[in-house]
Design a protein around this ligand. Sequence first.
Ligand code: 5GP
Length: 177
Amino acid sequence: PPAPIDLKRYIREVPDFPKPGILFYDISSLLGDADGWAVALERLSRATMACAPELLAGVESRGFLLSAPLAGRLGLGFTMLRKPGKLPGETISLSYGLEYGTDALHLQKGAVKPGQRVVVLDDLLATGGTLEASIKLLGQAGAKVVGAVVMIELEGLGGRARIEGLGIPLTSLVTYQ
Ligand code: 5GP
């Protein structure tokens, strides 16, 4: 049988972006390749289905690129975790710490039904701060978060331990040291 496709082939590594010394994993090259993107969606779909969700949640903004097509494919709805000032109507929010300063995520009131099984998706896990805030916010909204799925996991930054420490199973498609 042919060897399984290595998704790393499609992920471009950009040195010194967005700041000197940072190696940025760019998924644009994966999104732009029909074969690579199809394989990625198939694997994300399996990982997501394994958690038996009733709703998907995507983290702004690259998480939307995963959650929207997956929701369509799985016959589910999805909701957006957004930066401040983007969502109309009443929202609930949670602030979280960044390397420098803080940021916040918002979710529309009523976006999640009480006890609804939700899988949260983002493109990349580094320190886990973004995903942790997302999981906590969904929890505050009454969701039962049943899993977190990311395309890329950077190991050695404590992200996995942080998410699993919340009792949430985490699946990633590719890992980098
Ligand atoms: P964390 O909160 O886990 O430290 O960082 C994860 C967040 O930063 C994700 O929302 C992700 O989109 C973004 N991010 C950080 N570094 C990279 C990178 O190298 N590539 C991509 N695509 N996103 C990154």
